[in-house]
Design a protein around this ligand. Sequence first.
Ligand code: TYD
Length: 227
Amino acid sequence: MTGSAPGASPTGAVRGLWVTFEGGDGAGKTTQAQLLQSWLENEGCRVVRTREPGGTEVGVLIRNIVLHHRGDVAPRAEALLYAADRAHHVAHVVMPALAAGDVVVQDRYLDSSVAYQGAGRVLDADEVRDLSLWATEGALPDVTVLLDLDPQRARERLDADDKPFDRLEAEKAEFHARVRAAFLALAAAEPDRFLVLDATLPIDELAAAVRARVAPLLPASGVGTPA
Ligand code: TYD
């Protein structure tokens, strides 16, 4: 978040609510984000559903490089590309939505960079995080849901999907084990922002836990509701 409680900016203006989903590939982030979106809309909230990388037109171009370029991308270049996607996305999608009082439901944010480019590619985690904080002028979500899953189980789910692997998914088991450990460490360091869930639980149970965390943050002041 930008430092203020959901619903009010430091100037007292309306501010929406920002929820991000994190976790390894195959953990079920997209399913849970969709379920949260549907529930919020049923509650009468205006929802902006988005993702990184690729939440803007510029971001779609960057996504194509980071996920589908054939051949090597230097780890620092990869980190900068994700940060560039993020800078543009936050400036053009997230902040305007929050300023309008909407609820932003987002697949992945800077925690993915710390986990994948930091622990996965073995760049310095603090430097990777600082790069994204610079890119976004320090913006952090109100709630980050971490769907934690053993990489072996995740791989079985991805195999069952029958889609070709992207550059990151194709990485070796040790890479994904480091990514998982990094996500858990991030969650332990910021327990107020993170909700950690066991991604092997039934979909409905996970959705209920997410709703229970988000519901109290939809203040009576009308965050995310039509004006
Ligand atoms: P995602 O959109 O979840 O993958 P998919 O379209 O296959 O469901 O994420 C794309 C990949 O990008 C994923 O493997 C994680 C990786 N990633 C990073 O390495 N760093 C980042 O900062 C972000 C946002 C994603």
